[in-house]
Design a protein around this ligand. Structure first.
Ligand SMILES: [Zn+2]
Length: 801
């Protein structure tokens, strides 16, 4: 950086030949420079042409190795003092704003110093290790695995290394089970914690593990069993399952749902969602030429299925000298007769053909012409025979080209809004072919077991279940018949510069980025607002897409919906909000409160144990938790929409857990479309998960049990006592330290940190603590009325030595 300060102060104002550097080309600078500049800066300069660069070089200006063509000339970057900038401006150079200057430098250095200070402070003393999770579990083929997550107080220092050693069962020595180095997990530049990037295969279930840090810290913890908690009522009755035998397109899946509704009229109704999709259709196109400058492409005005596929165009060599460029239309045939010169050679350029076609009133009714990807189109086109435009859609005629009617199957004995609603929805992303099968299998099991299985009957009698098997039907049809990796819907928001047939697989909106909470339009990360060909293109605005609006309509129209599950693939995850953060400082959407987070973890154990029952698949603890903690930021996703706007618990599955190969000792990913034999297994095990979610929802709906709490002193030293609360079930605790009645406005017991346990509260003098607790279903401890006058809250004195 110091080199910047040693400038070649070579600007001899009024040097020969330096009269007016931009006037030669007749291009006027696009804006007068108002660029603020704080000390020496890297400044943007726009010159009209190469000669402007030569003049800057001749003046000894320190130019960066950067040249970029811009609308009105060439942009170069130069290192200049404010005086030098002014001198150049006085001479007519268009010196614009600073890319960076001494203000940025100072900020960089301050950041650097702060980071070094923090690292030094962190390492000055032995680091403190906080264990977030320590679990063992078994997965496919009864292979055992260990998962450990530990946060070091010196973790911001990248040289901090943690090592875990574990025993081989109760009473055995630490280390006898194995030892492994943990990896430092960072996200958006911030230290999160240390973990194993994959669970470690082990041979015996450990009882304890010791984690040591090279900065001196050490901690020993018990290792708990993850998943496998037994079913409370294992059900002795016949239970039928397995209703899917091939990957299905949205037309097939919707037909199955329609048939189910007809077969079970007492238990179901079919809801037509109000917004039809744009449809499995698009405009027909043809491209003439291959070289960018001489290529023309045309797009039909009508969708291919509505006449666009019948339009033709030809580029004809008239075969005579000095012919003009003309366009004629007969029926749906557009004929372009190309211009020639005196010797009969074609002279029409791509740009001229585009202008002629678009300028012909009859042709413009049929199609629009464009040059290739924004090219100026100065190349001469080649003659081309009659070419039929095509939408190039390959689905059989059984797949309608009309806007798609999305249908929700509502299942429940009492569908009057009096029961807790659960919304299960699948296939927001088209290429995730297993996901609609999860929704379909879940619906079939509920209806076909109702008569014989008491557990199913309880669920259907006590809940109001809404199942939407395909959120993105147009994209899903396209994924199955045209381009299997299609993720988005089929609606094209690209301008002509990205609208040619070669871009047909790159259009569409990512439905799970089109929602209105924590969206890219609000400044959150994980979607694109500007790049129409990005696979996470969020659309032109929040909720621009009918598919997203339909989800919102459903949860608005049925306010009894309290839980939702958004099923995706792949990787094997179970997640909940928050699902997005802003890049700056990794500012996460508000985290759920302590009681809710505890409820989510308890529910995870139940739900994922049911997933595991099918074939042993364990969803890893490291893939269980808030989206932002275990996956990445997904700006504008639907689970955040449901939770933050309506308080609906918004869960996400990623079906398709990695499969462990005991021979190689490696996990391998299953992908979006595994062979059906594997896809089938995923559908079965996650349908188990959906049924478990309904059991959890029913427990929530019928929960009348009040939580119980106890105050626990955890640390007492001179002048300070720390305490916390334990609860009999996941619950929030509201407390006061000033002797007043606790209410919902009182402080709430929080988590100590991400993936950590509850906080400790420290008091410095003898204190009377008053508190009550409330579970997620709204049951208040001792039936206390926080808004009333009663004194039946908990009360305990905490002494300070
Ligand atoms: Zn997805």
């Amino acid at each position: 950086m110091l080199a910047l300060l040693v400038l070649p102060l070579a600007l001899a104002v009024g040097a020969p030949g330096f009269a007016n550097p931009t006037s030669g080309s007749g291009v006027v600078p696009d804006r007068s420079s108002t660029g603020e500049q704080n000390g020496v800066g890297l400044m943007r300069i726009v010159v009209a042409d190469k000669s402007g660069i030569d003049r800057l070089n001749a003046l000894g200006v320190d130019l960066a190795e950067y040249v970029k063509p811009v609308d009105n000339g060439i942009e170069v970057h130069a290192i200049l003092s404010p005086e030098e900038s002014q001198a150049l401006r006085d001479e007519g150079f268009d010196v614009q704003d600073a890319i960076s200057d001494q203000g940025d430098y100072a900020q960089n250095m301050a950041e650097r110093s702060a980071a070094i200070r923090a690292a030094t402070a962190a390492t000055a003393s032995t680091d403190t290790l906080t264990v977030l999770r320590s679990e063992w579990f078994s997965s496919l083929d009864n292979q055992l695995f260990l998962n450990v997550e530990v946060k070091s107080s010196a973790g911001t220092d990248s040289t901090t290394v943690l090592t875990a050693s574990w025993d081989s069962g109760p009473g055995t020595e630490i280390g006898s089970g194995g030892t492994a180095t943990m990896s430092r997990f960072t996200d958006a530049g911030q230290y999160m914690y240390h973990r194993f990037s994959n669970p470690v295969p082990i041979t015996a279930a450990p009882a304890r593990a010791t984690i040591t840090s090279n900065k001196g810290g050490s901690v020993t913890v018990d290792v708990a069993k993850w998943l496998g908690s037994p079913r409370k009522d294992p059900g002795k009755h016949p239970y039928v399952s397995d209703f899917v035998d091939h990957y299905m397109d949205p037309t097939e899946v919707t037909a199955r749902f329609t048939n189910l509704a007809a077969e079970f009229p007492k238990l179901t109704e079919l809801i037509d969602l109000p917004y039809k999709t744009n449809g499995y259709r698009r405009n027909a196109q043809a491209q003439f030429g291959t070289a960018a400058a001489s290529t023309v492409y045309v797009t039909s005005t009508a969708y291919g299925s509505e006449g666009g596929n019948e339009v033709t165009m030809s580029l004809v060599n008239p075969g005579t000298a000095n012919a003009p460029l003309t366009v004629s239309v007969s029926g749906k045939a557009v004929t372009v007769s190309l211009a020639t010169n005196g010797s009969g050679a074609i002279t029409s350029t791509a740009a001229q053909v585009v202008a002629a076609v678009n300028g012909n009133v009859d042709a413009a009714k049929l199609l629009t012409a464009s040059t290739y990807r924004g090219n100026a189109g100065t190349g001469v086109v080649a003659a081309a025979p009659v070419t039929q435009l095509t939408d190039n859609l390959k689905a059989p005629v059984s797949v309608s080209r009309e806007p798609f009617q999305m249908k929700v199957l509502r299942i429940g004995k009492h569908r009057d809004g009096s029961k807790v609603g659960v919304f299960l929805y699948c296939q927001e992303h088209a290429r995730e072919w297993v996901t609609p099968l999860v929704c379909l299998e879940s619906a079939e099991r509920l209806l076909r077991n109702y008569a014989q299985d008491p557990n199913t009957r309880k669920i259907v009698d006590d809940l109001d279940i809404f199942i939407l098997p395909v959120v993105n039907p147009d994209g899903a049809h396209y994924s199955m018949y045209d381009f299997n990796m299609q993720r988005r819907n089929m609606t094209n928001y690209c301008p002509a510069s990205n609208g040619d047939p070669g871009r047909r697989n790159a259009w569409g909106v990512d439905i799970n980025r089109n929602f209105s909470v924590g969206s890219v339009f609000d400044g959150y990360v994980g979607a694109s607002a500007t790049n129409c060909t990005s696979d996470t293109f969020a659309g032109p605005s929040e909720l621009s897409e009918p598919e997203a609006r339909n989800e919102v309509w459903l949860v608005d129209h049925f306010p009894n919906i309290k839980l939702s599950m958004n099923t995706h693939s792949y990787g094997g995850y179970f997640m909940w909000p928050p699902g997005a953060y802003k890049a700056e400082g990794r500012e996460v959407l508000p985290r759920v409160d302590q009681g809710t987070e505890a409820y989510f973890w308890t529910s995870s154990d139940y739900i994922l144990s049911r997933v595991q029952e099918y074939r042993g698949t364990a969803i890893w603890p490291g893939r269980t938790g808030p989206v932002t903690d275990v996956l990445y930021s997904a700006a504008g996703n639907s689970a955040d929409e449901h939770w933050y706007n309506r308080g609906i618990i918004g869960w996400d599955f990623e079906v398709g857990a990695d499969i462990y190969n005991p021979t190689t000792g490696r996990f391998s990913a299953v992908g979006f479309q595994p062979p059906f034999a594997e896809g089938h297994e995923e559908a079965m095990e996650f349908a188990n998960g959906n049924i478990a979610i309904l059991e959890v929802a029913r427990a929530y709906a019928t929960d009348k049990i009040q939580p119980k709490t106890a105050l626990k002193v955890v640390k007492q030293e001179a002048g300070a006592t720390a305490f916390t609360f334990s609860t009999s079930e996941p619950a929030n605790v509201y407390y006061t330290l000033d002797g007043s009645r606790p209410t919902f406005n009182s402080p709430k017991l929080a988590l100590a940190g991400m993936r950590e346990g509850v906080q400790n509260i420290t008091v410095n003098s003898d204190t009377t603590v008053n508190w009550f607790s409330i579970d997620i279903a709204g049951n208040v401890e001792s039936n206390y009325k926080p808004d009333g006058e009663g004194k039946n809250y908990n009360k305990q004195a905490v002494g300070v030595q």
